[in-house]
Design a protein around this ligand. Sequence first.
Ligand code: G3H
Ligand code: 13P
Ligand code: ZN
Length: 307
Amino acid sequence: MELQNSNEIFKKAIDGKYAIGAFNFVNMEVLKAIIEASNDNNSPVIVQCSTGAIKYAGVDTLVAMAKSMAKNVNIPICLNLDHGKTFEDCKMAIDAGFTNVMIDASSLPYEENIALTKRVVEYAHSKNVTVEAELGVLAGVEEDISASHNIYTDPDQAYDFVKRTGIDSLAIAIGTSHGTHKFKGDAILRLDILAQIEEKLPTTPLVLHGASTVTKKLVENAEKQGVMLDGANGVPENMLSEACSKHICKVNVDSDLKIAYTTGIRKHLNENAENVDIRKYNTSAMEEVKKVVAHKIQNIFNSKNMA
Ligand code: G3H
Ligand code: 13P
Ligand code: ZN
């Protein structure tokens, strides 16, 4: 199928009370693993690239890979720019063929966030591209900003923001953070704030960033192969799956795939020290990524057979 924007997949996800995985990729192997696992499970999927990924692999290469892989499967695939920081980032992605862009101006003063987001929406919509924006700050390092604590999204402000910007989806801060070490003490996800936002914005698709689960099993498997992840933890699966059954439509996952991919490579090389065939250790890495994607689709997002 052709790549598509987020309109239809989010509408169906809200109606069906499930969520769609938005998985980061930086190379052909991770993208292939995400799409194969989604296709095996007949699930819609969002594949996304950060500006760092674009710098690494080249925008045209990334778009061409996504388009050609999408053509060979029968599931809806949306290609998203993750954490665009400027109008120029978003325009570059839209012009290259991305079908959804995130403008992350959440670190700017509120009115500036609105002005920049509106400018992106106007350009994106003229090209049939949908737009995600963010309100609130995730704890930890969010690209160039680092915050020691969450600044949760304010439900009234969220309502005002969506109405004034015309965005298609809203990323909210309810306690998650980017990376492999999310919670110092107990994991807290403010599902009460999610419920208040949902009440104000019943038809707006909501997005959860920093949603890797960094499960004990994933960490143990990685550590067995020599990856050092001391103290790593993520969003508890039960909390995440509750959020997905509410209005969270898009769940961003990068760290879990990075861990899985690295584990797969190390496992192959640890067991086959003589091997120098790139395809062999990349195949092992792709298998690990596929397992993670399939598990989430089946057990957390509930998007299996929703394509
Ligand atoms: O939210 C950001 C993503 O995890 C992207 O990470 O900038 O290392 O590609 P990256
Ligand atoms: P994780 O670090 O939890 O995978 O979050 C990824 C993300 O939010 C990408 O935008
Ligand atoms: Zn993010």
